[in-house]
Design a protein around this ligand. Sequence first.
Ligand SMILES: [Zn+2]
Length: 395
Amino acid sequence: MTEYLQAAEAYREQVAQFLRDIIRLPSPSCGEKEVAERVVAEMRMLGYSEAFIDPMGNAVGRVGNGAVRLVLDAHMDTVGVGNPSAWPHDPYEGKLENDIVFGRGASDNKGALAAQVYAGKVLAERGLDGADVSVFIVGTVMEEDCDGLALGYVLQETIPDVRAVVLGECTNLDVFRGHRGRMEMKVVTTGISSHASAPERGDNAVTHMAPIVLAIDSLNERLAEDTFLGKGTVATTKIECDTASLNAIPDSCAIYLDRRLTAGETRALALEQIQDLLADGARVEILTYAEPSHTGFVLETAKYYPTWTLDEDHPLVTAGLAAGEAALGRKPATSRWTFSTNGVSSAGELGIPTIGFGPSEEKWAHTVLDQCPVDHLVASIAYYAALPRALEGLS
Ligand SMILES: [Zn+2]
C-alpha cells in the first residue's frame, strides 16, 4: 500500500459518513446553501486554515501557503430525482450497502466533494510534502444548470492566479483531459395571423419552421468528428408557437437546439451553420442564463460552453499521471468525459490547465442507481494528497 493510501485509509469511515450526510441535504442548483454551510463546517472541524462561503455561494477552503495555486473543484448541486417511485431506495437517505454509498449526487458530484474535503486534512498533515503549493478545495454552485459559471467566477474573483485545476467529476479513478463543448440556441420564424378558416389570408410561422427542423437533422449528419472527443451533434429539443387561438394561424414559432461541439467547432461556426439554413424572416440566437444563486448573486451569461482538451503531453497531464502512480501504485489511463463539466470555464474560457480525477463512474450520474464506492473515496483522497509533489515541476 502506498504512503498516500495509508494516510487516506485513516479517514475511510469519516469520509463515507460525510458523503452520506451531504446526500441527506438536497441541493438543487441555486439551492446549495445547507450543503455549503455543512462543507465549510467540516473544513473547520478538520482544521483548515481558511474556510468560507464566497459572495456567489461557493464553499472554499485553503490548505498551504505556497506560490503555485491548485484548485480542486467538485460541484455541490445535483439534478432532481425525477419520479421518486423509480428509485429502489430513498434518494436522500444516504444508504450504505456493500461498501457503496447510494443516493442522489453520490456520483455526481458529492463523492468527489467529500473526498476533496478530506484530502485537505491529509494534505495538511503531510505539510503538502514540502511542495511550494497552495491547495484550494472548492465546492461550486449551479454546475448542473450552467456548467462553468461558478468555477469561472471563483477563478476570476475569489481565487485569482490559479496555475492548475483538478475537477472531481467521475473518472473511475482515471485521468481525464477534456470533453465536447455545448451551446443552447433558439430559432424563431414569424408569420401573419389570420382566421384559420381562411389560411391563405395569413402566413403560417409553423410552416416556415418545418423545413428548418428537417435541415437541422441533415446538418447533424454532416457535423465534424474528432477521434478523441467524438462527433459534433445538433438536435431540436423543443418546439413552441404563439397563436391567438386554435382557430388562428400562428404568427410566431420557436425551436430550441442542443448543440454539442467537438474539436475546432466554435460558437461563431455553430451559429453560422444554423444561419445558413434560415430563409429571410427567421433568426437564431444563443440563450442566456441569469438565475440568482442561493446568495442572490446574478451573473448573466450566454449558454455557450466551449470545447476543451489538454494535450496528452501537457505537463499537467504528466503530473496527473505521476500523482496516480504515487497514490495508487498504478498508472491511470487517460480519457475524456461524455458529459460537460466546469472545465468549460477553467480550460475553455480562461485557458487554465485542467484535468479531471474523481471517484465513481459517469454511467451512474443522474440515474436512480447514483452511487459511489467507499474504496473510490479513499483512493481519491490519496490521489489529491499526492498532487502537490507531482505538480512541483509545473512552471
Ligand atoms: Zn457533475
